[in-house]
Write a protein that binds this ligand. Structure first.
Ligand SMILES: [Zn+2]
Length: 217
């Protein structure tokens, strides 16, 4: 299977090393998996990768934070008003650990997103912290980009009022099949793993009669 060429996405120069690290932590598992997501006929979608940031331990988060701070320097060294914004994600702590690991050197600040009335956004005091800043959202995985689309709509609405100078999204793993067009030139990934989901009738692992694997929890 040839993965589609990434569009509007920049990838970290040490992404292979980062992906190997996630595999060694069992955050990326390979095999034959049944996903939560359902097809139109109600059957569960299948795929060959299971990516789960919820398994991260603190020691692992600290190790990953070193990769993230290198990537952030690589991508954003020209931006002096950067603020890290944590997106509700598998490892709730990771964006905060990344920010803390960079704080002594750069003084970079932190705000978090939350859902209010079902809408993912930045609210109240967290939004106040973002005044005059360039927002860097740290998100675990890009599946189909739903949460990113919500964020993009939300920030575009508040951008002018809050004097937000711009925003970027840095994914841990981009699954390499759904590419957002916004924010243009401001989507980044620590690594890309081509991991589409399939209807069981089209699943390559089903075709090979591979048994379904349990997720490592
Ligand atoms: Zn299958």
């Amino acid at each position: 299977m040839t993965p589609p060429a990434p569009k509007n996405l920049k990838t970290f120069s040490r992404s292979e090393e980062f992906i190997e690290k996630l595999k060694s932590f069992h955050i990326i598992q390979e095999g034959h998996f049944e996903y939560k997501g359902k097809a139109i006929d109600g059957s569960r979608m299948h795929g060959e990768y299971f990516i789960n940031y919820r398994l991260l331990t603190t020691a692992q988060e600290l190790e990953l934070a070193q990769f993230y701070s290198t990537a952030i320097e690589e991508f954003f060294s020209d931006k002096k008003n950067l603020i890290i914004v944590g997106v509700a994600m598998g490892s709730l702590m990771l964006p905060k650990v990344v920010q803390l690991s960079m704080f002594a050197k750069t003084g970079i600040e932190y705000a978090y997103t939350e859902k209010r009335e079902g809408v993912l956004g930045i609210y109240g005091e967290q939004l106040d912290k973002c005044r005059g800043k360039h927002l860097l959202f740290i998100e675990d995985i890009c599946n189909n980009g739903t949460s990113s689309r919500e964020l993009v709509a939300e920030i575009k609405q508040k951008k002018e009022k809050m004097g937000i100078t711009g925003f970027s999204i840095l994914y841990g793993i981009h699954r390499g099949h759904a590419f957002l067009m916004e924010p243009k030139n401001e989507l980044y990934a620590m690594g890309v793993v081509y991991a589409p989901s399939f209807h069981t009738s089209e699943c390559p692992a089903c075709a090979k009669n591979l048994p379904l694997k349990e997720y490592k929890k």
